[in-house]
Structures are given as C-alpha cells and as structure tokens.
Design a protein around this ligand. Structure first.
Ligand SMILES: CC(=O)c1c[nH]c2ccccc12
Length: 116
C-alpha cells in the first residue's frame, strides 16, 4: 500500500508494538505504574517503562529501529521482574511476556531487514 511505501519502518514499529501489547491480556503494562499507589517503586526501578510511554516515543519518532523498541520492551519487563517477587501474578506475567515478545521482536527484525 502507499503508506507502506512511504513510511515502512514506522508502520512496522507500530504493528510490532500492537502485537506486543496484545499479549498483555491482563493489561498490567498498559500504563505507567502509579507512583502515588506504589511509593517504594523508584527504590527498585530507576527508569519506569510501559506500553503507553512506548507508544508516545514511537509516534514522537524516538525509535529508529526494532532494536530501539526492543530495548524499552526489555526495560519494561525487567522492571517488573525486579519489583515483583517471583511468586506474584505480575512476575509470572512478565516472564511469559518476555518469551512471547521475544518471538514477535525476532520476526519484526526479519521483516525490517527485508524492507531494507
Ligand atoms: C508492571 C508492574 O510492576 C505493575 C503494574 N501495576 C502495578 C501495581 C503495583 C505494583 C506494580 C505494578
């Protein structure tokens, strides 16, 4: 399509982010952790990250590659694994998202190569 010719990289990044977010069925990562509700969060996490922030960065042209998107995705997942102990729903959800997201990102990287 015309859009794919004009901004293939941006279209691929958007599609990849949407695929990643679809796997967050519990909507744990949809918005920033509320620091008002989790006052000790920044004692464990130096750089919070979530899907809404990633979306803003994407539309603000802050991501130049799939790898840039992957860096923030990995940050978001590792923050969750650090703050939430391993016996929690959040920690288990992060482990699953890491696995499924990794496959989505590998496929996106292959597509980015073929786009050129
Ligand atoms: C992604 C994450 O760690 C969290 C998402 N929602 C939360 C609420 C309280 C504590 C942590 C969280």
């Amino acid at each position: 399509t015309l859009e794919l010719q004009l901004t293939p990289a941006l279209v691929l990044l958007r599609s990849t982010l949407e695929q990643l977010q679809e796997k967050d069925s519990a909507c744990i990562f949809i918005s920033p952790v509320k620091l008002s509700e989790v006052p000790d969060y920044l004692e464990f996490v130096s750089e919070p990250m979530d899907f809404s922030t990633m979306r803003k960065k994407l539309e603000g042209h802050k991501y130049c590659s799939v790898a840039d998107l992957e860096t923030d995705f990995n940050l978001m997942v590792s923050n969750c694994l650090r703050y939430n102990s391993s016996d929690t729903v959040f920690h288990k959800a992060a482990m699953q998202l890491k696995e499924v997201g990794g496959a989505i990102l590998r496929h996106a990287q292959r597509q980015a190569v073929s786009i050129g």
